[in-house]
Design a protein around this ligand. Sequence first.
Ligand code: DAH
Length: 338
Amino acid sequence: MKEELERLFAEALEKLKGAVEERQVAEIKAEFLGKKGKITALLRGLVNISQEQRPVMGCLANEIKISLEEKIKESLEVIRERKRKEYLLHESLDITLPGRRVPIGRKHPITEVCNEIIGIFLGLGFQISEGPEVELDYYNFEALNIPKDHPARDMHDTFYISDEVLLRTHTSPVQIRVMEKQSPPIQIIAPGKAFRCDSDVSHTPMFHQVEGLMVGDNITFGDLKGILTIFVHQMFGDKTRLRFRPSFFPFTEPSAEVDMQCVICRGKGCRVCSFSGWLEILGSGMVDPEVFKIVGYNPNEITGFAFGLGIERVAMLKYGINDIRMFFENDMRFLGQF
Ligand code: DAH
């Protein structure tokens, strides 16, 4: 039996030497070690040999089985390594082929202009505040001195969610939220989205505003004019002239709308400015004492100014765009120009 085992082992090794494919190795394994394999069959014959011989033979058979299994494993590894090398040798990359172009995204012009506006006001010492887009009627109207029956509510085509909840129609409610939390001095801007049920060449249901608020001792209309003049000069060039026109907002007294010289015709008169030479860019005024009372400030001790400007309006003037809806159609031919 011993000789037979050794002969089978030698035979298996001889066959393994000739194997060049994994499949052949598997066949050899089945031939010798499989259920019906030659070595397996021989081991079954152990029951027929004498008691004393059995353990010796069993031990030897086991050793041969283990070392054959090892040899099989080795030859599999050799085959795999050879295949890998062959594959690497034939695989080649043509690095001179032209690549595929990946289009590069860029910032939306509204984001771009908004960041520019923020940059100017940060430079003037303002800090940035934020408020919710889904707002309470109280902050959007009531606390801004616009009670339920006030005619000024007519100017706002409000999206109501319920009687008391709405989409904010302007960024002015942030003024109230800031003053409720902080005490003067306050010097903030609040950029963000606003919503009104309105759509034509100069209105979209969603648009962007930047609110400004400066409150403290002896803040005057002169400060308002100074800050807004610096802003317009930095945004549109320092030759741009400004005009403060009396107006009305329930939360400021006095109120003013600010016009700047038409950027297209430089004040001579053209279609963009309706031949007036001026373009309206923002609303502003001195914070109404009623608003100070609502947030618990003493109107005899402090004063302040506020303003609100439309970002789309600034972007349209800066880039000479005459239809606000272009910003939100996501036409790549339009957006790619900025
Ligand atoms: N909230 C106003 C609007 O959307 C704009 C405005 C006017 C804001 C005067 C102000 C202000 O802060 O003082 O029409």
